[in-house]
Structures are given as structure tokens and as C-alpha cells.
Ligand binder design. Structure first.
Ligand code: GN1
Ligand code: MG
Length: 374
């Protein structure tokens, strides 16, 4: 029975794939990855003449305007491709390629109103779940920096498909509502953890005020710069930044901070052994060197001043988001067990405190790297 269900699902996926302008004949469709948000599959085609493809069912509860999201992605990819071509690069490998549906849209909407999108699967690449060496972090930093510098002159407007995504003022408005409702009665036992959030509220809002006031500028940014969203080539260099669902206008600092949240963590994002979790300053330094080597030319003085802070900011935001989802009854992130969001919360909090302990050193590193490049 299990096998039969699998087969049925498999057949449905093939039918979904048939709605896109694919080259070659589909061999099979397989599940891929373990994203927290979307469902991802790989479409294998027969033979070497046609590429394989990534097929994604976009989470429409989170992405409430998939057509606008796909438009954003297309604008960014088209822009990057032009730059890659100008440098004699390979636009099919150094940029994502969105495949239109058979009726010429950037997505396909199925009978159940689910949204699907396809892009070319870039073969022969390497992805990492963690940055084990400063050298890898350096390359990752270059990759994100290069991405930001390539899209810095994108003039076409992007739709704000996730209003308030890394905006802590917006996150607090959600937080306050969830805590007031306490829908599954979890709040009472979480006094200490709620205190972690409240004791830093003002510090975080003070930072965000600089963004609101324009002292820290808003640019085109990726907003989900975890290391597994970067494709490396066989030489260990960054080929392409993927997972562009969250490309938005925001501050570059969020991309830096989110990368530091994932790259520098010596444990897992949801590690059950807190002793394994800490922020590795050597990785921070490696990434900073790579990142600033690509961005020093356009970042302003305030951005440099707050670069190290952004690591704390995004890690704090992630603690808040996981804890908020736990209090809310686990509606946002996919979970593997009932306490998963709580486990993620405390692991990310451990990471945050590790960053706080090393914050002066992080600031010193940013300054030293920037001065050297200036
Ligand atoms: C989500 O889908 P994924 O795993 O790349 C989330 C990020 C979080 C991350 C936590 C749209 O990213 O913001 O940082 O999980 N994406 C969205 O690992 O909420
Ligand atoms: Mg991802």
C-alpha cells in the first residue's frame, strides 16, 4: 500500500512536471532536501543533452503572492545573467534559470491551487551544511558579497512579498499578539526564555531605527544566506547563490548576519547538545574577509559599524521566530517532533550568547579587515 501511494505521488509529480517547458524526456522525479518551508524535488531527464530540473511546491501559506515572488526572482536572475555574460561566464551555471510553464507563466497552479515552479538543476556542484574552515567561509563571503554587488544596480522595483521579513519591529508586533493569545498554553512555562527576548528588545529596536531612518540604506538582498543556499564549484569557489524566494529590498547587513548565524555555528541549528553550539570566530573572520573584499566599495560607514552587530541581530531574530512559533503551536516551521521549535530556540540562544561574549573581537575583526582593504 505504502509503495502504491508512493507511486501515485510520483505519477502526480510527473504530471506536474509536464506543465513546464522542459527539454528532454522525464525519467523520474525524486524528493530532495529538507527545507523548512517549500517541498523540493528533482526532475531527472534521460540523457546528457538535457539538464535535470528542480521542481518546488511553494509554501503558499508563507508566500501569499507566488506570481510576484517569481517575478522578483526572474528580475534578479535576468540581471545577474547579463553580468555573467559580460564577463564571459556561463549564464546557465552562474545564475539560476527559471523555466516557464507551457502557458508561458513563471509558475504552474495545479487543481488544488498549489503553486509550482521549476528551475534548472545546476549539476556538478558542492553544497555544505556547515563551514568547517575559514577558507570555505572566505569563499562563501565572497559569494554573498558578489551577489549583493551584482544586484546593487538592479533598477527594476521588487515587490515586497514578505513585508517585515527581517524587520524586528514587525516581528515584535507578531510576538506581542502571539503572547497575548497564547493559543496552546505554552507561555506559562517559558518565563526565562521570554525574558531572553524582552531583555534585548530595546537594543534590537535601536538598531532597526537606523534602517528606518535610512542611515543604514536599503538595497537588493537575498535574505536567506544560509551556507546551503550557495553552490560551490569543484575548486571550492562560489558558483551561484540559490533559493531566491526571499530576494527583497532590505539591508545588506541581514545577509551578512544570517550567514554568520549559520556559518559560524559549531553545532547544528537545532542541536540537542548545547555544548556543541558556539560561534567560531575564525569562521567569522574568514567570511568577513571574503564578504568585504567584494562589498567594501559600496558599503557606507554605518553599515561597516554595524556589520558585526547584524550577526547578533539575525540570530536574536531567529530565537524570537522559533520561540514565537513554539508558543503559537508550531504553525510556521516544519517540525520533526513536538519540542522541535523549543530545541531550536535554545540552541540558537546558545549561539547568540556565544556571539555576545565575542562581540568586541568581532567588531575589531571587521575594522581590521576594512582598514586593510581601504
Ligand atoms: C527558513 O526555507 P529555508 O529553510 O531556507 C526561513 C528562514 C529561516 C530558516 C531557519 C521564508 O529558510 O528565514 O532563517 O528557515 N525562510 C522563510 O533555518 O521563513
Ligand atoms: Mg534553503
Amino acid at each position: 500500500m505504502e509503495r502504491l501511494n508512493q507511486k501515485l505521488q510520483f505519477m502526480n509529480l510527473e504530471q506536474i512536471a509536464a506543465n513546464f517547458q522542459l527539454e528532454g524526456k522525464v525519467e523520474k522525479v525524486e524528493q530532495m532536501g529538507e527545507g523548512f518551508i517549500n517541498d523540493t524535488f528533482i526532475i531527472r531527464t534521460f540523457g546528457k543533452d538535457s539538464p535535470d530540473y528542480l521542481l518546488q511546491r511553494k509554501n503558499k501559506r508563507i508566500f501569499t503572492n507566488v506570481p510576484a515572488m517569481m517575478e522578483n526572482i526572474q528580475k534578479v536572475c535576468t540581471h545577474i545573467k547579463k553580468k555573467v555574460i559580460a564577463k564571459n561566464g556561463n549564464p546557465l551555471r552562474e545564475a539560476m534559470t527559471v523555466i516557464p510553464s507551457t502557458d508561458g507563466k513563471l509558475y504552474f497552479k495545479d487543481e488544488e491551487d498549489e503553486f509550482w515552479a521549476v528551475c534548472i538543476f545546476i549539476a556538478d556542484t558542492i553544497t555544505y551544511q556547515a563551514a568547517k574552515t575559514p577558507e570555505l567561509a572566505f569563499q562563501g563571503g565572497k559569494g554573498i558579497g558578489k551577489f549583493q554587488s551584482m544586484v546593487a544596480d538592479l533598477n527594476e522595483p521588487l515587490t515586497d512579498i514578505l513585508p517585515g521579513f527581517h524587520n524586528i519591529r514587525y516581528r515584535f508586533s507578531q510576538w506581542d499578539k502571539v503572547l497575548a493569545n497564547d493559543p496552546v498554553g505554552r507561555k506559562a512555562k517559558l518565563g526565562k526564555e521570554i525574558g531572553w527576548i524582552e531583555s534585548r528588545r530595546e537594543e534590537m529596536l535601536n538598531f532597526w531605527k537606523l534602517v528606518e531612518d535610512g542611515e543604514i540604506p536599503t538595497r537588493v538582498t537575498h535574505n536567506d544566506t544560509k551556507i546551503n543556499n550557495i553552490l560551490f564549484d569543484q575548486n571550492g569557489e562560489v558558483l551561484c547563490v540559490i533559493d531566491l524566494d526571499t530576494v527583497l529590498n532590505s539591508t545588506c547587513l541581514n545577509d551578512f548576519g544570517d550567514a554568520m548565524r549559520s556559518y559560524t555555528n559549531t553545532g547544528e541549528e537545532d542541536d540537542s547538545d548545547l555544548n556543541k553550539v558556539s560561534s567560531d570566530i575564525r569562521i567569522f573572520e574568514g567570511f568577513t574577509r571574503g564578504y568585504l573584499s567584494e562589498t567594501i566599495g559600496f558599503l557606507n560607514e554605518k553599515e561597516l559599524e554595524y556589520l558585526a552587530f547584524s550577526a547578533k541581530y539575525i540570530t536574536y531574530e531567529q530565537v524570537l521566530r522559533f520561540l514565537m512559533d513554539y508558543i503559537d503551536g508550531d504553525n510556521y516551521y516544519k517540525i520533526k517532533h513536538p519540542e522541535h521549535n523549543y530545541q531550536r530556540t535554545i540552541a540558537q540562544y546558545k549561539l547568540l550568547t556565544s556571539m555576545e561574549e565575542q562581540y568586541d573581537e568581532m567588531c575589531r575583526i571587521v575594522r581590521a579587515v576594512a582598514d586593510k582593504l581601504a
